[in-house]
Ligand binder design. Structure first.
Ligand code: XIL
Length: 373
């Protein structure tokens, strides 16, 4: 049965992929309602990374390094299921340089080492962002102790140190994270107000100097579909490319909620493709689909569809090279702490049992067939 399916799927022309993916939604819906699932059933024993590999895609997860240290089930599952990892927090500035000039790379190093042992790629996250900055930096800027010139030098030093340390070991970096607001304007931040808009180009140039082979990404939320915000990113990416700034990718985070609905897969693909037309790679970088607690069958099914729109959108685009979930088990998730009354956003439940979303993502990957790279 496996052979038959592979042959059949391998024969699907690119133009027919959309309709085959549409059938997957039905197939996975049937699966979670207990009906048979003729197409995807043969792949149930395959981990995500095997299926993703066949589809020409890296599948990743954000890693919570406290859980990684304490929980052997969590750690083993990361190695089994994923071909890419992202540090959920330990490559952020506040963790890496808690006091000025005192670096702490212990947890970041541990993740990079474990990735190497597991044959995983590492996505670096993140170089310039308005959040999770160390207090000494934000307070120094506020008091005037750190001047704009000093701030620029600090950012350059930070990027050189971090990218240089992991040179050759990080395949994609989220260089500029969340630099545009929901209205499509450059986001107000200490970077914009003290360094002006050129800080974005500078960050990419410094990162490229430190590791010329790493793929350098813009990254944000609410840019999965075509919108004012993704339009603004397209304009920004176009300008940066015209100025020969080394920007290589557009990351869509994919923080969704069942209560908001989802862009259809075709729209996600259309959006990714317009970035690809500029010569960029694309990626889904932080997928999770939250819900108002408690979960029920309807919400879990809607969640599966939400994940599928992102996965199918990525598979339908030509250069969507990685798909990363922001945590994979409800046991460890940022959602309850950040969105009151919400949770259950991940592929596996708190006991690591698969939810309908896990089956849906796997079915999408299985039907995508042969590698695109
Ligand atoms: C989140 C982490 O998951 C939390 O643990 C942390 O407290 C706050 O940041 N967009 C991003 C990520 O780019 O870095 C954020 O991660 C989630 C939203």
């Amino acid at each position: 049965m496996k052979t038959t399916r592979t042959v059949a799927v391998g024969a699907i022309a690119a133009a027919a992929l959309l309709s085959s993916l549409a059938q997957v939604s039905t197939a996975s819906a049937q699966a979670s309602s207990g009906a048979s699932r003729p197409d995807a059933g043969a792949s149930t024993d395959q981990p995500l990374r095997t299926l993703a590999d066949r589809a020409g895609l890296r599948i990743g997860t954000a890693v919570d390094m406290a859980a990684f240290a304490d929980d052997t089930t969590y750690r083993a599952r990361i190695g089994d299921e994923f071909s890419s990892v992202t540090a959920e927090n330990v490559m952020k500035w506040e963790v890496l340089e808690p006091e000025r000039g005192r670096y702490d790379f212990v947890a970041a190093d541990a993740l990079v080492r474990s990735a190497r042992d597991n044959g995983q790629a590492v996505r670096g996250h993140t170089l310039v962002w308005h959040n999770q900055l160390p207090g000494w930096l934000t307070e120094g800027v506020e008091s005037g102790a750190i001047t704009p010139t000093g701030l620029r030098a600090l950012l350059r030093q930070h990027i050189r140190t971090l990218v240089g340390r992991y040179k050759g070991r990080i395949y994609q970096w989220d260089v500029a994270n969340e630099v545009i607001d929901d209205d499509g304007n450059l986001r107000e931040s200490i970077w914009l107000s003290h360094l002006g808009p050129d800080y974005i180009a500078d960050a990419f140039r410094w990162a490229h100097q430190a590791d010329p082979k790493a793929k350098l990404f813009l990254n944000d939320y609410n840019v999965e579909g075509v919108s004012a915000k993704s339009d603004a990113y397209l304009a920004l990416a176009t300008r940066l490319r015209a100025d020969r700034v080394p920007v290589h990718g557009m990351g869509v985070q994919g923080h969704l909620g069942v209560q908001y609905g989802f862009h259809p897969a075709g729209m996600v693909a259309e959006n990714l493709r317009r970035f690809e037309a500029l010569g960029l790679e694309t990626a889904v970088t932080e997928a999770d689909v939250r819900m108002v607690m408690p979960p029920d069958g309807t919400k879990l099914q809607a969640q599966a569809q939400g994940y599928s729109t992102l996965m199918q959108g990525c598979l339908l685009a030509r250069r969507c090279t990685s798909f990363t979930v922001w945590g994979f088990t409800d046991r460890y998730s940022w959602i309850p702490g950040w969105f009151e009354g919400q949770g259950a956003a991940n592929l596996l439940d708190e006991d690591f049992a698969p939810k309908p979303a896990y089956d849906a993502v796997r079915a999408d990957l299985a039907l995508a067939g042969r590698p695109r790279r």
